[in-house]
Each structure stands twice: as C-alpha cells, then as structure tokens.
Unconditional design. Structure first.
Length: 212
C-alpha cells in the first residue's frame, strides 16, 4: 500500500542563478486520484482523543567562508502543521556561495511525549544541470539534534548545485502496539513508488526505510 508521508523540506542553492526545485507530491484535493494511499497526517497512532503528534521544524542560516554568520534566516515549510497541503511549490530557499557552510537550528516541538527522541534527517545534493530524481537521498535516524547538526553542518558547499534537506521527528509518547509517534506536518508529500531516489518514510505507523 502506498502512503502519503510528510516531511519538512528546505533547499539551499549554491550560487544565485540556479533553477528552482519543486517539491514532489500531491495536494489534499488530489488524494482521490491515488486509491490505496494512506494519509499519515490523519492516521491514528493512539486511542487517546487528546493525543498529539510532534511537529518537525528547523531553520537555516549561512556562514560565509570568512566565518561570519549572515543575518538571513529561513524556516522549514509548514512548521505549524496546517491541515491542508497544496501541490504547488512551497519550499523555503536560501542562497549560498561555494565555500560557505550551513548552520541549522532546531524548531521542533514535542507532541504527547516528554522528549523528541528520533530525528529522521535526510538530504540530497543535485549538481547544477543534473536531474534531481537521479540523485541519491542520504538518510539517517539519530536520537538528538546535535547529531542532526553534525550531519548537516558538515555538508560540503564546494560545487554549484542545490541541497535539499528533509526532516521528520518522533517523540516517546505511548502509542498503539507497533506504532511510533512520528510528526505529520510538512510541505513535502511523497507517494512515488517507482523512483528509488525519494525520501525514505514510514510504512504505516512504523518507521522504516523503503525505496519507492
């Protein structure tokens, strides 16, 4: 069964004159076109009516090659978890120059659980002139945001192109057997089962890497 999975997404353009990157996926008004798709935004993981899922979110800044932090800050898309998603491009963008570096900050909020204990952080680099769907997604689930920073802030900005950064989070809330309290907000919708270079996501309520 195919799943509609949500991640927060940002793009980092290296050099200013790059083509825009479009978020893949479907809007809420297109779900009827995909029979068998489960929308994880609304998929229950608890019998508690007051149960809340965490919210994934982060912000990016750019540090110049001279070590100064640029004032511009952008936030990942749909941090507030609005209930409707649209098919149009809605990915925040920040520009960087070759030789700069990324600074990522945590904007996640826990749900019913007491702490966020899983960060599904993923990224891919699309060299200028390349087809993004031919470029590999790198993914890792880590237990704290320091580990996220260790991954993202070490990404080399040494070639013209575009970085795409994705993240989902889970907290330690009690859930139905086998379920994990993953975030369901975001601006990136994945249902592509034919392209292996898509963000890994959850199958049902269980976190599992899968090739779509």
């Amino acid at each position: 069964m195919r799943k509609l999975i949500c991640f927060v997404l940002m793009t980092v353009f290296l050099m200013a004159n790059c083509l825009p990157v479009y978020a893949d996926g479907i809007g809420d008004n297109q779900r009827s076109d995909y029979p068998g798709v489960t929308d994880y935004q609304k998929h229950p993981v608890s019998l508690n009516d007051d149960h809340k899922k965490p919210s994934a979110g982060f912000s990016l800044q750019i540090k110049t090659s001279f070590g100064s932090l640029r004032a511009e800050t952008i936030k990942s898309g749909n941090i507030d978890g609005k209930p409707n998603i649209v098919p149009s491009q809605d990915s925040p963008v920040i520009n960087a120059a070759v030789g700069d570096s990324i600074v990522i900050s945590d904007r996640c909020t826990k749900g019913t659980g007491s702490i966020i204990n899983q960060y599904d952080i993923q990224y891919r680099f699309v060299p200028e002139g390349s087809n993004r769907e031919d470029c590999e997604i790198h993914s890792q689930i880590v237990s704290n945001f320091d580990a996220v920073k260790n991954i993202i802030e070490k990404l080399p900005l040494n070639e013209k192109g575009t970085y795409e950064i994705f993240m989902a989070v889970a907290d330690n809330a009690s859930c139905l057997p086998g379920a994990v309290n993953w975030s369901a907000n975001g601006n990136f919708r994945t249902i592509n089962t034919s392209n292996k270079n898509f963000p890994n996501g959850m199958s049902g309520t269980l976190p599992k890497h899968w090739s779509k």
